[in-house]
Design a protein around this ligand. Structure first.
Ligand SMILES: [Zn+2]
Length: 222
């Protein structure tokens, strides 16, 4: 897939390689050097727990997310850094720079996405939707229970709906979107009492950087 070819060795593209499109289960090939760890250790004995899916991240060994506020904040900051990195790739196709990723209940990276609306001509190709799709493909399951979606901009109506439908547990967002945000700004679809699923919202993570990326993009468009 072109996405993988375009960014070889990119840590935000853990699933790179000709057969990918999903992240993991890690078999030892095509993994970034920083992703070393448990998953590569030896054959699994018969009857043992299935190999964890997705890409090992530095914090995936401990409790996820960490117990203390400060440690959590560190993890959100680091994950938002990956999402920001992914967002910058959207600039190559003149897409609004928004990046997203999904981590599993154990903190492993399951999917990444960036806004590709212009690149693909697909009105639904938002960063969140693409990250959710990749995460579901990685898990082989549409229910993303216990998962966290990290995105640089507050989700729109469509993406907020997708978060609820995927039963994502937590949303970590960078910049709020006072014009079209649907997770607290204009609407709040992820905490609507009429829905059968609610999403925890953690807002304003690396907000200045996320907003700056967008402002610079729109300023250059004028
Ligand atoms: Zn959206």
């Amino acid at each position: 897939m072109p996405d993988d070819v375009a960014h070889p060795g990119d840590p935000a593209h853990p699933g790179e390689g000709p057969a990918s499109g999903t992240v993991g289960p890690a078999s030892g090939t095509g993994r970034p050097a920083s992703g070393t760890g448990r998953a590569a250790s030896g054959p699994t004995a018969a009857g043992a727990a299935p190999e964890p899916r997705g890409l090992d991240l530095p914090w995936a060994d401990g409790t996820f997310p960490p117990d203390t506020v400060a440690a959590r904040r560190q993890v959100w900051d680091a994950l938002m850094g990956l999402a920001l990195h992914e967002a910058t790739h959207a600039l190559a196709s003149d897409d609004v720079p928004v990046g997203a990723l999904v981590v599993g209940p154990d903190g492993r990276l399951l999917g990444v996405g960036r806004n590709r609306r212009e690149e693909t001509g697909d009105p639904t190709a938002h960063a969140e939707v693409l990250a959710l799709r990749q995460a579901a493909a990685t898990l082989g399951e549409w229910r993303l229970e216990g998962c966290t979606l990290v995105v640089t901009l507050e989700p729109c109506v469509m993406c907020a709906g997708a978060l609820v439908l995927a039963r994502v547990e937590r949303l970590v967002l960078g910049a709020w979107d006072p014009k079209a945000g649907a997770t607290g700004s204009v609407w709040d679809l992820v905490r609507d009492q009429r829905a059968n699923h609610a999403v925890e919202v953690v807002g304003g993570i690396r907000e200045d950087e996320c907003a700056h990326l967008l402002r610079a993009f729109f300023a250059a468009q004028r």
